[in-house]
Write a protein of this length. Structure first.
Ligand SMILES: [Zn+2]
Ligand SMILES: [Zn+2]
Length: 127
């Protein structure tokens, strides 16, 4: 039986060959895991949502504004893409409206660099 083909470790600059089923060489798999927390999905996610909402049933942003509203969405305070941890300390329950507003705000932040043209138009002087 032929041996399964090996591939190089995905860590930049590392040339160690690893087995297909490995994510990185022994030295770098730990680094990879620390940097990229795997997003949990499926029933584990459902279970965590349920557990979280059981303890924190209200929308955190509405609560801050003095409004009592049930949270329906589980949100990462710091998005995973920006290095946020995938654990309870980085979670908050939000109602649909607050979650939509927060997501829109994050998108705006990300695009802010390319907004110069729009701003110029808004101020009446197209560049
Ligand atoms: Zn490596
Ligand atoms: Zn809310």
């Amino acid at each position: 039986m032929p041996k399964a083909p090996r591939r190089p470790c995905p860590h930049p600059g590392c040339k160690v060959l690893i087995e297909r089923k490995q994510r990185a060489c022994r030295k770098h798999s730990r680094v990879l895991e620390a940097r990229k927390p795997e997003r949990i999905r499926g029933w584990r996610l459902q279970q965590r949502r349920a557990a979280y909402f059981a303890e924190h049933p209200l929308c955190r942003l509405c609560e801050r504004a003095g409004v009592v509203r049930l949270a329906t969405e589980l949100d990462h305070v710091i998005p995973l893409e920006q290095g946020g941890a995938d654990d309870w300390s980085n979670l908050q329950g939000l109602c649909h409206d607050c979650h939509a507003a927060k997501t829109a705000g994050e998108r705006r932040d990300r695009q802010a660099v390319g907004m110069g043209g729009v701003d110029a138009t808004l101020h009446g002087r197209t560049v």
